[in-house]
Ligand binder design. Sequence first.
Ligand SMILES: C[S@@+](CC[C@H](N)C(=O)[O-])C[C@H]1O[C@@H](n2cnc3c(N)ncnc32)[C@H](O)[C@@H]1O
Length: 202
Amino acid sequence: MICAIVGRKLKVYDSFEGLPPTTEGDPIAEKTFAKGFIPGLFGGSLDEVKGNIERFGEVASCSLHPGWFEHSLPHHEGKIAMMFLDVDFYSSLHECLIHLWPYLAPGGILFLDEYTNLPYCAVFYSEKYWQKYFSCAPPGLLGVGTGVQLGKIYWDPDVRQDPCQIRSPESVAFCIKGTQALWDFYPDEMAEGAQAKTSAAP
Ligand SMILES: C[S@@+](CC[C@H](N)C(=O)[O-])C[C@H]1O[C@@H](n2cnc3c(N)ncnc32)[C@H](O)[C@@H]1O
């Protein structure tokens, strides 16, 4: 509906068959698999999704692109102003990044739904990853609402009927194309600093 208002298109990429089988070495997929993951989870058919958009959105502003990301995303065309990734697996995130990040316009925003999975978020701070695939510094990732995903948070103290007020943080996160997250910490330098301090001490 927002796309209709601002005169843009929403491109929707999905298998419309749910999640793919897990790939070995995928930290998120293995975690889910250990819990009894079944391929096809979250599946909604093309017709079902289209019907929902017709009821609640503006189907004329959307184009739907069914298929596994490795097949559909290489055919993407056109600059992207904003993208929202909610794809669960690390391998799926990787497919989205390598195929879509180059189309994100400078200043464009990437939203990510998986802020609760640290290995997933770490990609956005990995100098190695961004150097290898995009020859640039990592963009970083900021949480919308709950801050960095470290341990548990105390949430909503006023909801007395909810006995479980300690929650895992859940949040959408974002980064902006053009920002750089530089990790200006080197243990060697810290050790040298510590030595200098010790030798200078009386
Ligand atoms: C948790 S669902 C979220 C879907 C949607 N954002 C929603 O909230 O209804 C994750 C989606 O990612 C899709 N997906 C994950 N990996 C995929 C891949 N490699 N190729 C195509 N679709 C994929 C699944 O089909 C599923 O619809």
